[in-house]
Design a binder for this molecule. Structure first.
Ligand code: AMP
Length: 221
């Protein structure tokens, strides 16, 4: 099963994807994480992407499609992928459709995480991750159980993203509305779009998503 989490920056896609990949045996493909790894490596893609990401704009489609196409060719993607932050434009969605069709697959389910714009800045500005295990936290909404210590791996160093600030957020949000929201009618036409209330508590959002995924797996769309 190939599933896509769709929502604005700060909707909680990454947090939910981490919880779901284990439960459903899917591989999480987060283009934002992949790009940040390229930037950290100083690869030619990373060099091209760095300033664009810091400005809150979208990296050009051809670069993203090439990166995803290389990643999708690996054997771990054969049984199912949980896409997080990709596709972000109709051109990317069409390219993905073509890639999957070649493997006689398709996007089986698109889960829209609905969150009002007004809440996104505070969700973004307080977030941090553990670089060792990837666990995601938030100063207010998802704190570590013990201050300064990762619940999952015990790590004590945390990372905050350079683009998680109020200034860049305006640009990221407008990119979402202009370039990514057209994916909602795109997938609705294909009969695979479902929505959940992303404003609910994190555990509740997980339960809503699981209900939608279980129904899709059982063929009860
Ligand atoms: P994210 O971690 O998903 O919030 O992505 C961080 C940044 O990476 C975005 O603001 C974009 O600059 C870039 N990015 C991530 N995924 C994509 C994509 N599918 N298409 C274009 N740019 C992307």
């Amino acid at each position: 099963m190939n599933v896509l989490l769709l929502g604005p920056p700060g909707a909680g896609k990454g947090t939910q994807a981490k919880r779901l990949e284990e439960t459903y045996g899917l591989v999480q493909l987060a283009t934002g994480d992949m790009l940040r790894a390229e930037v950290a490596d100083g690869s030619s893609l990373g060099v091209k992407a760095k300033a664009i990401m810091e400005a809150g704009s979208l990296v050009p489609d051809d670069l993203i499609i090439e990166m995803i196409s290389d990643r999708m060719a690996r054997p771990d993607c054969a049984t199912g992928v949980l896409f997080d932050g990709f596709p972000r434009t109709v051109a990317q969605a069409e390219a993905l459709e073509k890639m999957l069709r070649a493997k006689e697959q398709r996007i089986d389910l698109v889960i829209e995480m609905k969150v009002v714009d007004e809440s996104l800045v505070e969700r973004i500005v307080g977030r941090f991750t553990c670089p060792d295990c990837g666990a995601a936290y938030h100063d207010r909404f998802n704190q570590t159980k013990k201050e300064g210590v990762c619940d999952v791996c015990g790590g004590t160093e945390f990372h905050r993203r350079a683009d998680d600030n109020a200034e860049t957020m305006g640009k990221r949000l407008s990119a979402y509305h202009k370039q990514t929201q057209p994916l909602l009618p795109f997938y609705d036409e294909r009969g695979v779009l479902r929505s959940v209330d992303g404003m609910a508590a994190i555990d509740d959002v997980t339960r809503q998503i699981q209900a939608v995924m279980d129904a899709a797996q059982a063929g009860h769309f």
